[in-house]
Design a binder for this molecule. Structure first.
Ligand SMILES: Nc1nc2c(ncn2[C@@H]2O[C@H](COP(=O)(O)OP(=O)(O)OP(=O)(O)O)[C@@H](O)[C@H]2O)c(=O)[nH]1
Ligand SMILES: [Mg+2]
Length: 315
């Protein structure tokens, strides 16, 4: 493993796959060198275009990703894929190895696939996901796809990173759509009803179109609802074209900048919470006197409010 930051930086820039993988591990593990590297990358690198692909387990996100990437490859675009492993909940989905199986693109040197775990961090958003985006961007990737499985708050926090979010569902996911519709409407820029070979797919398209029609907070962008069959490669170029249209829309309305400032804000909050936790909360919890506080509170000699004020005198 090389520790020379300049050298690491230069090798990533050249697209050296081993070094890219190594650099991602460094930031995931929170090493000092990983931090040094990120400080340099942050100031020199503009993030590539980020596309979030989200939806219920098994809806076809990876298959669609593979198909979209194949179209981008025809245009000579380089693509980084980050597959988020949902360690934080039991989706009943397949094991990670199966989740990210993208056989047709995995050997292409211009496609890099990385899976990452969400470690239920305090702020929701795991900052090493964005660090990975920046490492990929330094390596010259044109697009970065972030695949998340599920439809809960955790996933929504992650896809907020993306410039364009594609929400993939299937004809039989009606209950999930209803349960999470507020969140989905908030983040979904493009809706896909995959597995159009299955019954009631047209009904699902109509249901989502109806939900989307109530979305009025940004009237300029009406999210399209696209019917696809990933196995038969139907509707894929529509997704690709709508991603481009959404990108143009964000640029025309200066929203790309806005979104990225929001991401910076989220990352700042995340880092502050992490720092607070590591520098203040953890030492208190690990202090041998801590159990005494609990005993005293239990014995009604103290209360938790005054104890925390005493332990963290922040005024
Ligand atoms: N019938 C049908 N099956 C499909 C279609 N697209 C994908 N599949 C199948 O659905 C299964 C799940 O596909 P994936 O692409 O792994 O789905 P995913 O959403 O990435 O799955 P997770 O990452 O585990 O949540 C696979 O067996 C695919 O072959 C489609 O359009 N029609
Ligand atoms: Mg998958």
């Amino acid at each position: 493993m090389t520790n020379d930051i300049e050298k690491l930086y230069a090798e990533i820039q050249k697209g050296n796959e081993n070094i890219i993988a190594q650099a991602i591990s460094m930031v995931e593990d929170g090493t000092k060198n990983g931090l040094k590297l990120m400080k340099k990358i942050y100031k020199n690198v503009e993030p590539a275009y980020m596309v979030g692909i989200s939806g219920p387990p098994g809806s076809g996100k990876s298959t669609l990703t593979q198909r979209i990437v194949q179209l981008w490859r025809k245009q000579n675009k380089k693509v980084g894929i980050i597959a988020i492993d949902p360690t934080s909940h039991f989706s009943g989905g397949a094991l990670l190895g199966d989740r990210v199986r993208m056989n047709e693109i995995s050997t292409d040197p211009n496609v890099f696939i990385r899976s990452m775990a969400t470690r239920g961090s305090l702020g929701g958003l795991n900052s090493s996901i964005y660090d990975t985006v920046l490492i990929f961007s330094l390596a010259g990737f044109d697009y970065i796809i972030i695949e998340t499985v599920g439809v809960g708050q955790n996933e929504i926090d992650i896809v907020k990173l993306a410039d364009t979010t594609v929400f993939v569902t299937v004809p039989e996911a009606g209950d999930e759509i209803q349960a999470y519709k507020a969140g989905l409407m908030e983040v979904g820029d493009i809706f896909v009803v995959n597995k159009s070979d299955r019954p009631n797919s047209q009904q699902m398209v109509l249901t989502i179109e109806q939900l989307v029609s109530f979305k009025d907070e940004d009237k300029e962008w009406k999210p399209p609802v696209i019917s696809t069959n990933a196995l038969k490669n139907k509707g894929i170029s529509d997704i690709k074209d709508w991603i481009t249209k959404h990108h143009d829309y964000l640029l025309d309305n200066k929203l790309l900048k806005e979104n990225r400032k929001q991401v910076i804000k989220a990352q700042m909050i995340n880092l502050m919470e992490k720092t607070l936790n590591e520098k203040y909360i953890k030492p208190i919890l690990e202090d041998e006197k801590f159990p005494e506080h609990i005993e005293q509170i239990y014995d009604k000699k103290k209360d938790p409010y005054s104890t925390v004020e005493e332990l963290m005198p922040f005024d």
